[in-house]
Design a protein around this ligand. Structure first.
Ligand SMILES: Nc1nc2c(ncn2[C@@H]2O[C@H](COP(=O)(O)OP(=O)(O)OP(=O)(O)O)[C@@H](O)[C@H]2O)c(=O)[nH]1
Ligand SMILES: [Mg+2]
Length: 310
């Protein structure tokens, strides 16, 4: 797959966050000098795009250092232009989110992704999109409807199967989702498939029986396949901002999460949350949902993200 297709629609999906940030940043600076109150306002603008206070403060301190260096460096007279400030912001943000994570674990002959998260964040849509994305890379994909909680969960995934050509494994309403996971893993092993993506029902971390159900699904996958899922992705909704950070922390306490997928970035000005996920929770952001249709998904790139913000 060509590099530009890997990051399709990513930059456009940052439009709302960018507008909100740029507008505020532009209105703060006179761009000839950097007053302490300008830095306070900058911190506020970052917090309003849903970066946490702590991270926003670190970014602002970093900018202060860089800008002082710029003023003192070279001929010592470099003017403080809008470009200097924005470049400093981009560099500071990049340094927070560029970590040495390994690549997505999808290069074995057969791989399994488990998709989890709270209600309505976009899990099923993401499963469908990922199916299409990896089918486009030549993989034979199964998607499994382990949301047996509602009849609609299965039907919705079957629609995605028809749309994307992925093979769908589903169970009956209220069937034990772990048994659906078992059947799907067996299908992956026995037939000519490369990637199994498992959808699960939305759940809140404080619903003990639902979290136990998730642990059971993981156990059954491990037992049937001889190893745990290669990736367990939590899906979060960008428009929920800092609340999503709490969701990730809570799920992380109960099951291993290997990466984060952020949906609805197209409709949200709260893209700043991405910085905290990576910087504070030390988890890779793997994909971005950039709209509702099947191809509106992009891999995540720290460079495109930071460059696209201003
Ligand atoms: N704009 C936009 N909408 C999205 C995106 N991803 C999902 N949606 C919408 O979000 C809504 C919920 O999506 P679902 O995929 O059903 O969410 P879910 O997490 O599976 O929901 P439950 O199974 O009920 O927990 C749908 O209307 C989707 O079209 C995205 O990246 N951008
Ligand atoms: Mg769903």
């Amino acid at each position: 797959m060509k590099v530009f297709e890997k990051f399709k629609n990513f930059k456009d999906s940052l439009k709302k966050t960018k507008e909100a940030l740029s507008e505020k940043v532009n209105s703060i600076f006179s761009f000839t000098k950097l007053e302490p109150e300008d830095l306070d306002k900058l911190e506020e603008a970052l917090v309003l795009s849903d970066i946490s206070f702590q991270t926003a403060n670190e970014i602002v301190l970093g900018i202060k250092k860089r800008v002082l260096k710029t003023k003192g460096g070279g001929n010592g007279q470099s003017p403080l232009t809008e470009g200097v400030i924005k470049d400093a912001l981009k560099d500071e943000i990049k340094s927070k989110i560029s970590k040495d994570f390994p690549g997505i674990n999808v290069n074995n002959e057969k791989n399994i992704f488990l998709i989890v998260g709270v209600n309505g964040v976009g899990k099923t849509t993401t499963v469908g999109k990922l199916g299409k994305y990896y089918a486009g890379m030549g993989k034979k994909v199964i998607i499994a409807a382990c949301d047996t909680f509602r009849a609609a969960g299965k039907e919705q995934l079957e629609v995605w199967g028809n749309r994307t050509g992925a093979y769908v494994v589903s169970g009956k309403e209220n069937q034990d989702p772990a048994s659906v996971a078992h059947d799907a893993v067996q299908k992956l092993k026995d037939k000519d498939f490369n990637l199994l993506i498992i959808d699960t029902a939305g759940r809140l971390h404080n619903k003990k029986h639902l979290m136990e159900e998730l642990s059971k699904i993981k156990r059954i996958i491990s037992k049937t396949n001889g190893r745990p899922p290669d990736e367990t992705f939590i899906v979060i909704d960008a428009s929920l901002g800092q609340n999503s950070l709490v969701q990730v922390e809570q799920f992380k306490e109960l099951i291993d999460i290997s990466g984060v997928i952020i949906t609805k970035l197209d409709g949200s000005a709260k893209g700043g949350i991405i910085i905290d996920i990576i910087h504070k929770l030390n988890l890779p952001v793997r994909f971005i949902g950039t709209g509702e249709s099947p191809d509106k998904i992009s891999e995540f790139s720290p460079e495109i993200f930071a460059d696209g913000l201003f």
